[in-house]
Design a binder for this molecule. Sequence first.
Ligand code: SF4
Length: 343
Amino acid sequence: MNSTQGLSNFAKRKNEEKMVEKTIVEGWTEFDQISNLPDLLKEAWNLRRKAFPDFIHFAVPGGRHYDGKNFRNSGQFLNVSITGVSCALQCDHCQGKMLNGMIPSPTPEKLQELGTNLLKKGVTGLLVTGGCNHKGQVPLKPFLSALAYLKSLSFTIHVHTGLADKETAVGLKQAGVDKVFLDMIGDAATIRRVYHLDRKPSDFIETLEILLAENLDVVPHVVLGLNYGKIMGEENLIQTLSDYPLETLVLVALRAVPGTPMGGVSGPNPAEIVRITAQTRLLNPSLKLSFGCARPYTQKAWLERGLIAAGINTLAFPLDETIDFALAWGLEPIMNEMCCGGL
Ligand code: SF4
């Protein structure tokens, strides 16, 4: 490159930066829905821009069809339930219905067979999950050697554990799973009312510590508004989690399954979701922050823009216009066929 070309590229880049700044400055006004939200977002956004490169991941795993204007998922990453549609907990927002769309694989032999077949079809990764037993555990123990087999086939494996014990944690480490997803709850009344489980928030923290003690890559998930749409204990929980050596945290917001006791409940107010996400970013400057696929349908586009402004690194299943928004704000979009917690 000669010096004239170098100068013209430099001028072009400066001009692009100015355009991005102008777009962003004009964009803050739309977040003036609750007091101080624009200021909070500006702080969170600036922190994110300083701490991370200029790109954003969009997660579109194959459990749900995605057909955007620039990208379509191909089913390379799928969800498997090791309990079929059974679940002992029958939580008020789900009643096991979320398991319906997953590939049932109720025995270790079936899981191995499934892996062999899916490999031939070009599948590269699996989320292995399922319903819980009465102790709040996804019953993974009989499946540990099948998970090791899947890893030997080079699958990326994410697992949901529920309240795993040490034996399960050791087995998951030996199996070589890539990520361990742990749904956390920070409020005792929510655990009883929604999960029908006689456990305490400290039991969830204890599980986190058991999994971390085995050097597993644990990705906690926090559901905002799990207790019938109300924020109860989530902010304290996020504060507590910031004391742990996590690489990634996933936030989602209640979107109850129709036909369940919470079917008619709307999730938390989108402005509250954005506010808590921005505060999470400010508490955790270098944590990779993902917002998952569960979130309310109300103000969908506004919510997605707010989450980007709040400094997330990954968003699942974006609208086309959200991808355009990220670009206009100077973030290069990267599409990934994988769970958002794995990025
Ligand atoms: S959220 Fe999980 S534990 Fe609760 S009913 Fe659904 S599958 Fe079962």
